[in-house]
Design a protein. Structure first.
Length: 333
């Protein structure tokens, strides 16, 4: 019996020794292997364009658990996913990299982008077009709706990406506290009851920016970056004249304004149709106050990007506009 016990112990010890030697051998080599098999040329292009240089994972096929199962959404069509990702690389990643630098984009670009073909419809009647999670993942909805390659439509489609990326950045370095003090008491969960006219009159760039200060901040960023045509080039406009208090006088004057400057100039001013069918201008009396609030917010936002990230938002927008126009021309050839 003793001999049997000794033999068993010896065999177990020998097995353990061999196992340890194998473990030591394995530690000298990598234990993580990159799958070299790509399902299609499209998947190979994704790997070479996003994964290798930027360490990004792109998911465009359905994967359970990537979106909330309480919503009914569908994956994008392949041709729409391909079109979106080509535009993402040319009109989003490359302009940010040119403005912020290679290290900036490689460090802060979302490491996982999940594409969904349809919007996510919410119980309150609104729809979600994008989600940023934990500074790492961005889900982009409504990809199948990227129907026309026109500058303004393409820029508006990427409003979501600019919005979500701004969330990632302010989660890394928070913007000044004084920003949310400007519209303190005006934020509301019922933002969807407002239109652009009423939101602007209260000092918000879009109705959704009224939901909280985080959304207020990122909507300003996204709006600056997604104003496409002539956004940095002033052109002659026919606009309503304003008096020294910022109120419309009833006269029309010519002014040199860029697209974004025009948007701000018309804060709290709407064109309405009268009973006889003619058009007239309507101005909310709080419009000048709303514009003042908006200008203060824009100053904080642009200073934050310049100070914390070394990015000039309007120069970045010019890069995006140039890249968008070139992308459309190249895509049509």
């Amino acid at each position: 019996m003793k001999n049997i016990t000794i033999k068993i112990i010896f065999i177990l010890s020998l097995f353990a020794l061999i196992s340890c030697e194998k473990e030591e051998d394995m530690r000298e080599e990598t234990v993580v292997y990159v799958d070299e098999v790509h399902e299609s040329e499209f998947d190979k292009w994704i790997y070479e364009t996003f994964t290798l240089p930027y360490n990004m994972e792109i998911k465009w096929k359905w994967e359970d658990g990537e979106v909330d199962n309480n919503f009914h959404v569908t994956p994008p069509r392949k041709e729409k996913a391909e079109q979106f990702l080509q535009a993402l690389y040319k009109t989003w990643i490359q302009p940010y990299e040119a403005e912020g630098g290679e290290e900036f984009i490689k460090t802060y670009v979302p490491k996982l982008i999940y594409l969904v073909g349809t919007p996510q419809y919410n119980d309150d009647g609104t729809m979600t077009l994008g989600l940023a999670e934990g500074g790492r993942k961005v889900t982009v909805f409504d990809v199948d709706n990227l129907k026309h390659l026109e500058a303004d439509k393409l820029s508006k489609a990427f409003h979501t990406m600019h919005h979500e990326f701004a969330h990632i950045l302010h989660q890394k370095i928070h913007y000044p506290v004084k920003f949310k003090e400007i519209s303190k008491g005006l934020y509301t969960g019922a933002w969807y009851n407002h239109n652009d006219y009423s939101a602007n009159s209260l000092g918000f760039i879009t109705p959704y920016s009224m939901s909280n200060d985080h959304e207020d901040f990122v909507e300003i960023v996204a709006t600056i970056l997604s104003e496409s045509q002539n956004s940095n080039v002033p052109i002659s406009r026919d606009v309503p004249e304003k008096d020294e208090n910022g109120l419309v006088t009833g006269n029309i004057v010519k002014m040199l304004l860029s697209d974004f400057q025009l948007k701000l100039y018309m804060f709290g001013i709407a064109t309405v149709q009268k009973e006889d069918g003619s058009l007239t201008l309507q101005q909310n009396q709080s419009g000048p106050i709303g514009l003042s609030k908006m200008l203060s917010k824009i100053d904080i936002v642009t200073e934050y990007y310049e100070k914390e990230w070394g990015i000039d938002l309007f120069r970045l927008q010019a890069r995006i506009e140039a890249a968008t126009n070139k992308f459309i021309l190249d895509y049509e050839e």
